[in-house]
Write a new protein. Structure first.
Lengths: 477, 335
């Protein structure tokens, strides 16, 4: 029944589905790991119980999100081989070492200290526990560094040669790792992760502020602190992110101009001042953007910083080089739209803060709740823009997607795609439900962490420091 | 060779080490999943789960290193093996998803705990079976043409690959049972002593069956094991298996806490040594050797310092993490 589909299209659908699902979790846990480190650091520094409560509150959520990130990530590590065998053979000598370094320097660090971070508070003492939290947070960064280097190399390959077997062979590792788009992508992605986390934390805080108000509870200190911290983060990072996005756009124009043409919906070239198409429907077959609403010369102003600068369009390259224009065009607009809304939330919260109304402005809180998922939407839309915009290549300009796939029959790929869809919706649907259930509880004083029934005393030959530690914390509490 | 070192051989050893570390560490936590239906719900299951909750994630990272390392060091082998064994690999990945999330989900949703416990159990069985089938199918050999897989979609499904799959399920279950002997006390420990005895017998029978079958798969394996004079060397492996098994059963009878797990690890070490003897220097038998499949030397040279520096550090903090959670688990919290 699946013979009608093209095996490569199915393999692309499977990769897009699994990687999008996967990236939801790291884009949240990169920021959340840093937030947890900040909360625990504040607790150690000030000794205030509220930071410990918030730490434990978010730690339970982190445990769920991180677990889902791990299991969906293992799938990615193998999918290059199962579905993209030709790509793995040819690009493996370049991509492989970067991923191996990611495992060696990041994954083990995160996984090795995650157990201590989740369950070890009563076993290792405060300082060592903080070290574990920091190790996990640093691990998420190192991981982002390597995997974004690998991805960026596929966008803007550098520092390599091609051998007789058609394999990409590294020549200059520094040039390869720090390829032209990597620094921009790294900053843009990390800011995106920070914003995603801050929006979620802010939404949860705002939700509990609204609920406390309706219940006449007088507000929850934990909700206030997390809301304030999240809004502060968004106020700082949202404008920086827009700047970073602009810089990445300019970098893309330099190295992958066809992608920018698709993002802009420019089928035709403009000799003097290209318009900024706000909305429209790119018709790939006809080669025009229908129903376009545009600002004259706007695109030249943004991309070239000059009203009359000429800008080439898709008509300047062969059709076989075009990515699917409508997807790139719309995904880009969704991302930018979310960014603008984030900027609006940042401005609103700054106004509320200056008027000392951060905790009693229901409209702001409702806006923040509504913006809770905006980070995820923006992150996925951004990745769709850059990945679909790289088509029809896996390694930009050098290795076509059609030449990258495994020799699999369409029914095999269709069956696995179907299995992934069913399993991911069941498993991660349940996981997201559990996360929302945790979030629906306000943070409590003396919040319980993820430990359950972990022994406070080890019965081994050497007693662990747990007894003394639990007595000490018990006395202080 | 322009290089003083045979880098592909070094990396073959490194990948083998990663696989060994994976089998040893994820083996016992998958094993606990396999045994989950034999452990009554409630306190015993919770204890069993608590004994691996802090470490399973680190254990599974070795699987990512195995995959990532294979891609980096032997990209051709990575692409051939994974696309040839598409069905079992995908089954393994999906099964690992189910069992991985069960660690947290079963605590978050007591109403559906039986469902997530079942997911943990079935996921562990399917993942292990798929790993064993993958190994069996690799030993049989993979049909290759033009740097790609050229066989049929069900080549992996043979009596031999199924035998290896079932053997691995028994093996991981043995690791799980002996791990729990070490980490638990009371009724759960007593139950695991009984399970370990039966599983020990099953594993030795399975090892004997796989070992007897393997030399008949290919002449190369036969020669590798029985040609004179290396038979003097290879004969040590079955001899050691006999010794380790004897110590294992003796320690069970004497109710030792640590020895059964160590002996189970010993059996796995010997099994992997046997596998190495059969395969080396082929990574995708019958045609692709480690030198055919290796990434260019420049890639291997870039990774070597990373591996040499990072792996000892990783082992150190992994050891630390195990040390933090040492001793018997999950008892006190339930009183």
């Amino acid at each position: 029944m699946f013979e009608a589909f093209d095996a490569v299209v199915l393999a692309r659908a499977q990769f897009a589905f699994t990687v999008s699902f996967h990236f939801i979790f790291p884009s949240f846990s990169i920021g959340l790991a840093s937030y947890l480190a900040v909360l625990e650091g504040l607790w150690l520094w000030t000794g205030r119980q509220i930071y410990l409560d918030l730490f434990k509150y978010w730690l339970k959520i982190f445990a769920l999100a991180f677990g889902m990130g791990v299991v969906s990530g293992i799938v990615m590590a193998y999918q290059f081989g199962t579905n993209w065998a030709a790509f793995s053979d040819k690009a493996g000598p370049v991509i492989g070492p970067l991923m191996a370094y990611e495992v060696l320097t990041a994954f083990f660090l995160e996984a090795g200290f995650l157990g201590v971070m989740l369950f070890g508070m009563n076993r290792v003492g405060r300082t060592l526990h903080f070290v574990a939290t920091l190790a996990v947070a640093v691990g998420t960064f190192i991981s982002a560094f390597w995997i974004l280097s690998a991805n960026s190399w596929m966008q803007t390959p550098a520092g390599f040669a091609v051998n007789a077997g058609g394999q990409f062979v590294p020549v200059d590792w520094l040039a390869l790792i720090f390829n032209p788009s990597f620094p921009y992508r790294l900053v843009h992605t990390v800011f995106g992760a920070y914003l995603t986390t801050a929006l979620v934390v802010g939404a949860v805080g705002a939700w509990h502020l609204l609920r406390a108000k309706s219940a006449e509870g007088g507000g929850n200190d934990g909700a206030r602190v997390m809301f304030s911290m999240a809004m502060g983060m968004i106020t700082v990072v949202a404008p920086l992110q827009i700047l970073a996005g602009d810089q990445q756009g300019l970098n893309t124009l330099e190295h992958q101009p066809v992608k920018v043409m698709a993002m802009e919906g420019h089928f035709e070239s403009y000799n003097s001042g290209a318009p900024l198409v706000l909305f429209g429907w790119p018709d790939q077959k006809a080669g025009i953007t229908r129903y376009a609403v545009d600002i004259p010369k706007g695109s030249s102003l943004i991309l070239k910083h000059s009203l009359d600068a000429p800008l080439a369009g898709l008509d300047s390259v062969d059709r076989s080089e075009w990515p699917p224009v409508a997807i790139v065009f719309w995904a880009f607009r969704v991302m930018v739209g979310m960014g603008m809304l984030m900027l609006a939330l940042a401005a609103f919260s700054l106004l509320a803060r200056m008027r000392h109304r951060l905790y009693d402005w229901p409209l702001l809180h409702r806006f923040a709740v509504a913006m809770g998922p905006a980070g995820f939407v923006a992150v996925i839309a951004g990745w769709v823009t850059t990945e679909v915009g790289r088509q029809p290549y896996t390694v930009h300009g050098l290795l076509r997607t059609a030449d990258s796939a495994s020799r699999l029959d369409a029914p095999a790929v269709a069956a696995s795609l179907l299995a992934f869809i069913v399993v991911y919706f069941v498993v991660f649907g349940a996981g997201v439900f559990y996360i929302l259930k945790l979030m629906s509880q306000p943070p409590h004083r003396g919040e319980q962490g993820p430990e359950r029934g972990q022994p406070v005393r080890a019965a081994g030959l050497t007693p662990s420091p747990a007894v003394a530690e639990s007595l000490a914390t018990g006395r202080e509490a | 060779m322009p290089f003083a070192f045979d880098l592909p051989a070094i990396f073959a050893f490194i990948i083998a080490f990663a696989i060994f570390a994976y089998v040893v560490m994820d083996g016992f936590d998958l094993g606990i999943g396999i045994l989950f239906s034999a452990i009554p719900a409630g306190r015993e299951r919770d204890s069993a789960m608590n004994s691996i909750a802090p470490v399973w994630d680190g254990n599974e990272t070795w699987l990512v290193l195995g995959g990532g390392g294979l891609l980096a060091a032997f990209p051709l082998a990575y692409s051939m093996i994974l696309s040839a064994l598409y069905a079992p690999i995908i089954a393994m990945l999906l099964a690992l998803v189910f069992r991985g999330v069960a660690f947290e989900f079963r605590w978050r949703d007591p109403g559906h705990r039986p469902f997530w416990d079942f997911a943990f159990n079935l996921g562990s069985v399917v993942a292990t079976l798929a790993q064993g089938i993958t190994l069996g199918a690799l030993l049989q050999g993979i049909v290759i043409r033009d740097r790609g897989y050229a066989g049929g979609w069900f080549d992996w499904l043979t009596p031999f690959s199924l035998l290896v799959g079932v053997s691995l399920v028994c093996g991981y279950a043995l690791l799980g049972a002996t791990w729990l002997i070490m980490k638990s006390e009371g009724p759960l420990q007593e139950r695991c002593y009984r399970l370990a005895l039966r599983l020990g017998i099953a594993v030795i029978v399975a090892m004997a069956a796989v070992s007897a079958w393997t030399p008949f798969l290919r002449d190369a394996y036969w020669l590798r094991w029985f040609a004179w004079p290396q038979v003097l060397f290879t004969a040590q492996v079955p001899l050691l298996v006999v010794i380790v098994s004897a110590v294992f059963f003796f320690s069970l009878r004497r109710r030792h806490h640590y020895t059964p797990f160590l002996m189970a690890l010993g059996l796995f070490t010997l099994g992997l040594a046997g596998l190495g003897i059969s395969l080396y220097p082929y990574v995708v038998p019958p045609a692709v050797s480690i030198w055919d499949a290796a990434a260019p030397n420049v890639s291997l040279k870039f990774m070597l310092p990373g591996v040499l520096v990072m792996v000892p550090i990783i082992l150190a903090y992994t050891g630390y993490s195990y040390w933090v959670f040492r001793g018997k688990t999950g008892h006190e919290g339930y009183h």
